[in-house]
Design a protein around this ligand. Structure first.
Ligand SMILES: Nc1ncnc2c1ncn2[C@@H]1O[C@H](COP(=O)(O)OP(=O)(O)O)[C@@H](O)[C@H]1O
Ligand SMILES: [Mg+2]
Length: 317
């Protein structure tokens, strides 16, 4: 299998793992020459920004030239672009590793995700995008301060804050568009790396970890754990949603109950923890691209394994 990794950025480990796990070439792209991960690949291409009108054709040309079998992106805004153009990739025999357009969009939009979760009875943080409804619920005692404020379509923990009072909230709401207010969840943050077989559409791998330290929106230190109840919840949620391929889910445990917070339908920043513990999703992708169904391997890892991130540097001329 030849795989094309789009917007590789600083995700060196992802490229390294593909090189280790699959038979074939790994090709990477980025818009910047100083994206360290591209130098891990067998070949790399510098491409325009994803919003450039010629972008998609350039990617399709790379697929033809490099005889690519599968493609995926590591950044949120590109997921919907790939999903929306799935047919063009199909015509070249290239499998897009990812979920449907509708699911990519729902995952990007935290209000849409909240509505979906609430309607189906999943525990999740009560959320508001309208000031009047929030204040009316506040008066009725349905929600109280502190609350969590974030952009509806945010990522990487940009512009998020815990807000303690009405004055601060008013100020934020006046100065920033498209914000949402959420019930503040006080508990253990959990990350799940999940693989859904793209042929059988069954959940075949789940790795869960407790987040110990976060840094710049990413899990910096974490420890693996297993809870059959959480595996069941994840499986039900993922199946009901219809996600495919690799996804990353943020969950909170509050007073012994699991709350689903958000989904990134791609490799999350904490995936190295799962891979190093034996959850080889690169191999699962290769199997699917080769037409093979993956066997169910949920929870095939040890608990109590710690991940500690540290910095690395790449020097190039
Ligand atoms: N309702 C909430 N209560 C408490 N903390 C939250 C809440 N929502 C988000 N957070 C914290 O903020 C971080 C970023 O929020 P998240 O919704 O995951 O957005 P994104 O990762 O897309 O920036 C989370 O990892 C978590 O630490
Ligand atoms: Mg998140």
């Amino acid at each position: 299998m030849n795989i094309l990794v789009l917007s590789a950025g600083t995700r060196n480990k992802i490229i390294q793992y593909f090189k280790k796990s699959i038979v074939g070439r790994v090709i990477a792209t980025d818009m910047q020459r100083i994206a360290p991960a591209i130098y891990e690949a067998d070949i790399f291409y510098l491409v325009p920004r994803i919003s450039d009108p010629g972008y998609l054709d350039i990617i399709l040309d790379i697929c033809k030239k490099e005889k690519i079998n599968a493609v995926f992106s590591l950044i949120d805004p590109e997921l919907s672009l790939l999903a929306a153009n799935q047919r063009k990739f199909d015509e070249l025999g290239v499998r897009v590793i990812g979920s449907s357009y509708e699911l990519c969009e729902r995952s990007l939009d935290k209000m849409q995700m909240f509505t979906w979760l609430k309607e189906r009875g999943y525990r999740c943080a009560r959320s508001y995008s309208e000031k009047d409804i929030f204040y009316s619920d506040l008066e009725r005692g349905l929600i109280s301060f502190p609350v969590f404020v974030k952009p509806i379509r945010g990522s990487a923990s940009i512009a998020i804050s815990k807000v303690e009072d009405r004055e601060t909230l008013d100020l934020l709401w006046t100065h920033t568009d498209d914000l949402m207010v959420q019930e503040y969840l006080k508990g253990q943050e959990i990350g799940a790396d999940v693989y859904i077989d793209m042929i059988s559409r069954e959940v075949v791998s789940i790795f869960t970890k407790k987040k110990i330290v976060m840094r710049a929106g990413e899990t910096d230190k974490a420890v693996s754990f297993k809870d059959p109840l959480l595996f069941d919840l994840i499986e039900r949620f993922v199946r009901e949603s219809g996600y495919l391929g690799q996804i990353d889910i943020d969950i909170f445990e509050v007073d012994g109950q699991y709350y689903i917070s958000e989904v990134n339908p791609r490799f999350g920043g904490g995936y190295p923890h799962a891979y190093e513990c034996g959850c080889d999703h690169m191999k699962m992708i290769e199997n699917n691209v080769d037409g093979k169904i993956n066997q169910r391997a949920i929870g095939n890892y040890e608990d109590g394994i710690y991940m500690m991130k540290y910095n690395e540097v790449l020097i190039r001329k």
